[in-house]
Design a binder for this molecule. Structure first.
Ligand code: PRT
Ligand code: ZN
Length: 286
């Protein structure tokens, strides 16, 4: 029987779009029409399960799903027995403790004896223990940030991204206790056939991610500048050099890290580069 890799992704929420794009950019086609709970890829041995993010680690631990994508916050909080396959770089956020803006804060010791509302009792509990603080953890499942204003708790511990939600609820961030991004988790005992399918996906993801951080650069220059410009364009191997129709001029082509490019742009122009084009790369296979 041909095996199919079962992939759990968030049905609808902050992880959904980037998770689905990750597989689409890898050329894996599937129909994720509204309300669907399951979809089979038409061109790759994969099946998608659309679930609430909190349920994904449990499904992966049980092997109902072979891999899944969740925030590291959910992965660590649920503490399921799963493999950490790959960090994915999107849905970045932090888990922070916040207190009413009017209050002063010196150190974590000031949380001693206070009550803190959170949906992350495990991560918060570990943080307090590591810091030798005893506080009352008040577990609630949502709308954590209103807890101080309704008298439910002194402080909150919640996910922060822009900080806008804390601000609009009269709170200030005083401790970042955990930093999170999306992570691919996997069932620890995949069959060799499923592991092989996963390896194909990881290879494709690497090719796409590598390409995203790099640009294809084309520039024109006089022949005598080649050596100098070559030092500024390290490239994958060496730059390609093509003669231009004008005598003594060449076009140099190379692949560079985007951040290196911005650091080097003035130097390239000083070295005699003209007509510089920077193009996106779709995939990079090594
Ligand atoms: O329905 P389901 O259970 O699947 O989804 P969910 O509502 O539990 O999760 P969802 O979609 O809100 O978030 C999924 C994951 O995205 C989280 O587990 C985090 O890993 C990550 N993430 C990134 C965030 C945020 N940014 C974020 N800003 N998760 C939640 N928030 C919330 C936060 O709880 C707070 O209410 O946004 C508010 C703060 O945002 P700022 O920008 O105002 O600071
Ligand atoms: Zn959730």
């Amino acid at each position: 029987m041909n095996e199919v890799l079962r992939i759990a992704v968030q049905k609808s929420g902050r992880l959904s779009e980037d998770s689905l794009n990750l597989f689409k950019e890898c050329g894996i086609k599937f129909d994720n029409g509204a309300g669907k709970l399951k979809a089979t890829s038409s061109n790759f041995p994969a099946e998608f399960l659309f679930l609430r993010d909190d349920d994904i680690p449990g499904y992966v631990e049980d092997g109902v799903a072979d891999i899944g994508i969740v925030g590291q916050n959910v992965h660590v909080e649920t503490s399921k027995h799963v493999n950490e396959v790959k960090l994915l770089g999107f849905s970045k956020c932090r888990l922070s403790i916040a207190i009413p803006r009017s209050e002063t804060y010196g150190s974590v010791k000031e949380l001693e004896g206070k009550s803190i509302a959170t949906s992350y009792p495990v991560i918060l509990g570990n943080f307090l223990k590591d810091n030798g603080v005893t506080a009352h953890i008040h577990e609630i499942s949502g709308s954590v940030e209103i807890a101080p204003s309704i008298g439910l708790a002194h402080a909150v511990c919640d996910i922060v991204s822009s900080g806008g939600t804390l601000l609009s609820n009269g709170l200030k961030e005083v401790e970042v206790i955990f930093r999170s991004e999306a992570i691919m988790i996997g069932y620890p005992n995949l069959s060799p056939e499923k592991q092989n399918i996963l390896n194909q996906i990881l290879f494709r993801i690497d090719s796409v991610q590598r390409a995203k951080n790099r640009k294809y650069v084309v520039l024109n220059t006089k022949q005598e500048n080649i050596a100098l410009i070559r030092q500024l364009l390290p490239g994958m191997k060496a730059p390609s050099i093509l003669p231009l129709a004008d005598e003594g001029w060449v076009s140099m082509h190379s692949v560079i890290e985007e951040q290196d490019f911005w650091q080097n742009i003035e130097k390239l122009r000083d070295a005699g580069a003209e007509g510089i084009l920077v193009l996106p790369i779709e995939k990079m296979i090594f």
